[in-house]
Design a protein around this ligand. Structure first.
Ligand SMILES: Cc1cc2nc3c(=O)[nH]c(=O)nc-3n(C[C@H](O)[C@H](O)[C@H](O)COP(=O)(O)O)c2cc1C
Length: 208
């Protein structure tokens, strides 16, 4: 990335960044993310994958350093490696298991750290825009939970969709996966895996 260039002037590349919010290595979310990215790669679009559990990072502390610096400078941690990938990638795939009707704390901390991409005005409440809006960014969201009633997935998809749309992503597909508790059990659900692949294909095709 060209460090002299403003983020808002950047044209993202047709590549896809996948973010896994599960603490469980090789669990259902990892498998689902791998299948979405498989579909994307099959159509010649490069991908990156970040498992948040492997990063040393905190949630946003509201220091507001990003108001001046336009990127997070208040918390020098592993998110510094992820920001350039977000800026460069036109596509984003977020996958989270449901933890207590919501996204995991890893995914929440990740999304809160995207606060640095906003521009705020000085009025109260502050008017705002996003540095990464109007750049043709597209996203796919996946949630997986144990129970089979939609109610028990709670806000998991909404908790990803609202902030991602506010940042300027068009959410082109969402995949809610129900009835999966045991580690890697989703491997037995061929129809679900096929849907994950097809969402990855759709994401790739939207860039071709
Ligand atoms: C702390 C915790 C909270 C959970 N809360 C819910 C819940 O609210 N609703 C639900 O249906 N499943 C819930 N689950 C089950 C997980 O969503 C389910 O096991 C999922 O398949 C885990 O995905 P993973 O293998 O990617 O971590 C919870 C699991 C944990 C560990």
């Amino acid at each position: 990335m060209d460090s002299e260039k403003q983020i808002s002037d950047y044209t993202p590349k047709p590549r896809v960044l996948g973010i896994c919010g599960s603490p469980r290595k090789n669990g259902n979310s990892d498998i689902l993310l791998d299948h979405v990215l498989k579909g994307t790669m099959e159509h010649g679009i490069a991908t990156d994958k970040v498992a948040l559990r492997n990063l040393q990072f905190k949630g946003c502390i509201g220091c507001e350093c990003c108001r001046k610096d336009k990127i997070c400078t208040g918390l020098p941690d592993d998110m510094s490696e992820v920001y350039p990938k977000i800026i460069e990638s036109q596509g984003l795939v977020l996958v989270s298991p449901t933890h207590n009707y919501n996204i995991t704390s890893w995914m929440k901390a990740f999304i809160d750290r995207l606060y640095c991409f906003y521009n705020f005005e000085d009025n109260r409440p502050r008017g705002w825009s996003s540095q990464i809006e109007n750049q043709g960014r597209k996203a796919v969201l996946v949630a997986v939970c144990e129970q089979v009633d939609r109610h028990d997935m709670g806000f998991t998809l909404e908790a990803m969709r609202l902030p991602i749309e506010a940042l300027g992503y068009e959410v082109i597909e969402e995949l809610p996966v129900f009835g999966i508790f045991d580690k890697a059990k989703v491997k037995e659900q061929n129809d679900v895996l096929a849907s994950a692949i097809s969402h990855g294909v759709k994401l790739a095709k939207s860039f071709l």
